[in-house]
Design a protein around this ligand. Structure first.
Ligand code: PEP
Ligand code: MN
Length: 355
């Protein structure tokens, strides 16, 4: 791997920025120069081939834009990163010296496409970042990592860009943090970068998501930037100027994963033990709850009643919302928690009723 790429790849937090799409040579060079001037950006990104959800919008400048990136690299010293989705795109990107490749969310969903990209990567000494698939499916994301790894690519990283979900939420792609955390847990050796731009889809809430990612100890951020965001040819609403980007990076509270202080460690250890005790208690109580559910199952079986009784379930939830509110627990958490407990109870009762 080239020296500058190696250095950038090892940098923490790794900050990748640049336009959603390369549009013109002037735009690419000006953005690159302004980003480099901030002194806060490690890698320049730009979309050359854009997988658009519907035809008719700007589908990327194509291979013609690759020399612009070479030029930008020469001008600023920043390594460049590009999204690839086909074998030809991998070939072209490598031919024009692109330093880091990434697989986009619309490609990660398709094993044929991922395999095609992985086959084209065989023998290349280039780092590859893999975005989560657009749908919340960890297996697909893992599958893409495995396909790329089988092509003997040694530097692999993950990009968490959120998951499309049905209905209105404040996000363009719901972050579903728990999925990214689980992916990180299963692949502790891979770097995980957060992409707040595609999660938010809008500028005004970028900071919240960036801060959350930093608090969750992500290895870096990929944020879209443009010299004239409102007039960008793609993703205009979510891009920020390089100047604004620098300001946001300055405002973030950067946390340390660890500090050298014995009293800090002792205090933390005590609190962690408390958490362990509380978790043990919760598990004990949940086990008891399931035993009671089984008794109810036996009763229902003997009297031939259905397991699911909607009225009773609504009553349980309403009680929990009221209590939870007083304890500072969100309605969303209560709903998810009780859904999980309820499903487990139903499974226990099911076993009894069908035994
Ligand atoms: C992008 O990075 O511009 C892009 C197309 O992102 P995603 O694959 O996350 O939609
Ligand atoms: Mn984009």
């Amino acid at each position: 791997m080239k020296q500058i790429t190696q250095q950038a790849w090892a940098k923490r937090p790794l900050i990748i920025s640049g336009p959603c799409s390369a549009e013109t040579e002037e735009q690419v060079l000006a953005t690159a120069q302004q980003l480099a001037n901030t002194g806060k950006v490690d890698v320049l990104r730009a979309g050359i081939w854009k997988p658009r959800t519907r035809p008719g919008s700007f589908e990327g400048i194509g291979t013609k834009g690759l020399p612009w990136l070479q030029q930008a690299k020469k001008l600023t010293g920043l390594p460049v990163a590009v999204e690839v989705a086909t074998a030809k795109q991998v070939e072209d990107a490598l031919h024009f010296d692109v330093d880091i490749l990434w697989i986009g969310a619309r490609t990660t969903v398709n094993p044929f496409s991922v395999q095609e990209v992985a086959d084209a990567l065989r023998g290349a000494d280039v780092p590859v970042l893999i975005k989560n698939p657009i749908n919340p499916d960890l297996e697909l994301w893992l599958g893409a990592v495995e396909r790329v790894a089988k092509s003997n690519i040694k530097q692999i990283g993950l990009i968490h860009r959120g998951f499309s979900s049905y209905g209105n939420t404040e996000y363009r792609n719901a972050p579903m943090w728990h999925l990214a955390i689980e992916m990180k847990r299963r692949n502790p050796e891979l770097m995980v970068i957060n992409d707040p731009s595609h999660i938010c889809g809008r500028r005004d809430i970028l900071m919240d998501v960036m801060q959350k990612a930093i608090d969750l100890d992500y290895d870096g951020l990929m944020i879209e930037s443009h010299i004239d965001p409102d007039n960008a040819w793609s993703d205009a609403k979510q891009q920020v100027t390089p100047e604004k980007l620098a300001e946001m990076l300055n405002t973030l509270a950067w946390r340390k994963e660890d500090v050298d202080s014995e009293s800090y460690h002792a205090a933390l250890e005590k609190l962690r033990q408390q958490i362990n005790h509380l978790d043990d208690e919760l598990l004990q109580i949940l086990g008891q709850r399931m035993k009671v559910a089984e008794q109810i199952g036996t009763y229902k079986k003997n009297n031939n009643i259905t397991i699911l009784q909607t009225n009773r379930w609504n009553e349980i939830l309403d009680r929990a919302f009221l209590k939870g509110d007083k304890l500072g627990l969100s309605k969303e958490f209560i709903t998810r928690y009780f859904d999980a407990v309820h499903m487990e109870s139903i499974n226990h009762q099911n076993k009894i009723m069908n035994s």
